[in-house]
Write a protein that binds this ligand. Structure first.
Ligand code: CMP
Length: 138
């Protein structure tokens, strides 16, 4: 059965005009885009989304960055979607990302790293519910 994961094309990638190329990679890898929306978020919304990282040294910079411009929120569906998307994204730090991954191709730094993907089933459920209402997921 298909699994759902939450993905974000981050503000750095949107600013650089990489949205379409990243979506193409995602679809080419067999994901179905179940829901998608482009919007700007407030710093408070970013803090709520990344609450598991509150207190970490990069938290303030990360939430400022995520609220610095429009981003693209998506619910992606596929068998094994969570692990497969993380593989397609590559390592958090693009310097460590494998050739052919989205972060290797499109990310500029460990913070401005082009794309987010949920890391487990429970976080995926929280993250999808954080950005999407039930009626948007039909
Ligand atoms: P993401 O997968 O969205 O989850 C948490 C984010 O925090 C991560 O991608 C990076 O954008 C950011 N991040 C993680 N580690 C660091 C770090 N050491 N310095 C700056 N930002 C980081």
């Amino acid at each position: 059965m298909a699994q759902r994961t939450l993905s974000i094309v981050k503000p750095d990638a949107v600013r650089k005009g990489f949205t379409g190329a990243i979506l193409a990679e995602i679809e080419k890898a067999g994901f179905r885009i179940g829901a998608i929306k482009k919007q700007s978020i407030s710093k408070e919304q970013a803090q709520g989304f990344y609450q598991v990282h509150a207190g970490k040294p990069f938290f303030d910079g990360l939430t400022t960055f995520m609220s610095s411009g429009p981003l693209v929120l998506m619910v992606l569906e596929k068998e094994n979607a969570i692990a497969d998307l993380r593989k397609l994204m590559g390592a958090t730090n693009p310097a460590n990302a494998e050739e052919g991954t989205i972060r290797k191709r499109f990310a500029g730094s460990v913070q401005e790293n082009a794309i987010h993907g949920s890391d487990a089933e429970d976080t995926a459920a929280f993250e999808i519910g954080y950005w999407f209402a039930g009626y948007e997921l039909i």
